[in-house]
Design a protein. Structure first.
Length: 178
């Protein structure tokens, strides 16, 4: 067994004078190997999680990529948006941790319109870090996910941009719920 060879060689080469120092060296090697295994497992888990996010979000990012500036302009031009449009924007702002109150907006729709008008709108979604998903976010998103008005099939009839945002919010929720 290789774990026995290395401490034994170390013991012989170091000129250790006691069995106790040999045992201490063997225990140290065992702890070091355990730490290395744990680090490798953590790194593997991080890579797997990133791949999972990539697989869950790829369709949503593809849909977001098809959203043109005119699609966003159409959405933000709505003074009284349909409930589904307003709700999916609220859900997207929750997922992005975008606090519309800090934008000086009087309500969530005004804040959503500022987000839609941002030149970094698509970049904001592309640069989303799935590590920011937490239990509070998932709890806040859950009512939106259960709302029949926020099903992708329904929102596709309302707006292409809205449907793309819906796909993205569902990807965030699904990934966080894994």
């Amino acid at each position: 067994e290789h774990t026995r060879i290395v401490p034994s060689v170390w013991f012989l080469l170091s000129g250790a004078r006691s069995t106790q120092s040999f045992i201490a060296a063997e225990e140290h090697m065992s702890l070091t190997e355990d730490a290395l295994r744990a680090m490798a497992t953590d790194a593997g888990d991080a890579v797997a999680a990133e791949k999972d996010w990539d697989s869950v979000s790829s369709t949503a990012y593809e849909a977001l990529g098809s959203v043109s500036k005119s699609d966003r302009t159409e959405m933000k031009s709505l003074n009284s948006p349909p409930a589904g449009v307003k709700s999916i924007m609220e859900a997207a702002m929750i997922a992005l941790d975008y606090d519309w109150r800090k934008t000086g907006s009087k309500d969530s729709w005004s804040g959503a319109k500022k987000l839609l008008a941002s030149p970094k709108f698509l970049t904001t979604f592309r640069e989303f870090d799935p590590k920011t998903i937490n239990a509070k976010m998932l709890a806040d998103l859950k009512p939106f996910m259960e709302d029949e008005a926020l099903k992708l099939e329904r929102l596709e009839k309302v707006s292409k941009a809205c449907a793309a945002l819906c796909a993205w919010v569902h990807a965030v929720y699904d990934y966080g719920s894994m």
